[in-house]
Unconditional design. Structure first.
Length: 138
């Protein structure tokens, strides 16, 4: 099982690197920061899914993704994983009755607005505005 969490972490890291590379290849600052935030959300989502695979439930908090906070002492996410979006605001993790939601307040810094970047247990990619549409690609 530890191998699975390592593989998931590597895949999430590669995704982050790709999104960062795409976002910084001649695109606007706005597109780059959205891409970086999407990468952080994808990494966090992968860690949550790995935890669920191991324990059969989603974690109650992001803290449980660290080895010191779960019973099998598995690191689903290292301490360097960024829990802030590209604008320096905290990424919000919410446990829902049917899964979870990860949300960045987006460029305006306010949660619940049309520019929020969202990922939940049904989505494979973050979306902007929570309308279920994929986030714009840079």
């Amino acid at each position: 099982m530890k191998e699975l969490s390592i593989v998931i972490t590597i895949i999430a890291f590669i995704t982050l690197v790709i999104l960062y590379s795409i976002g910084s290849a001649g695109y606007s600052h706005h597109e780059t920061t959205v891409s970086k935030t999407m990468g952080s959300i994808v990494c966090l989502s992968a860690a949550i899914r790995a935890y669920k695979h191991e324990y059969g439930v989603i974690p109650k908090s992001v803290a449980e993704l660290h080895s010191t906070r779960n019973e099998k002492h598995i690191d689903f996410m290292d301490d360097k994983t960024n829990l802030a979006d590209a604008w320096g605001k905290k990424i919000k993790y919410t446990v829902l009755t049917n899964g979870f939601e990860i949300r960045s307040a987006g460029p305006d810094g306010n949660f619940g607005t049309d520019d929020d970047i969202i990922n939940n247990n049904k989505d494979t990619e973050p979306s902007v505005g929570g309308d279920g549409k994929p986030a714009p690609q840079p």
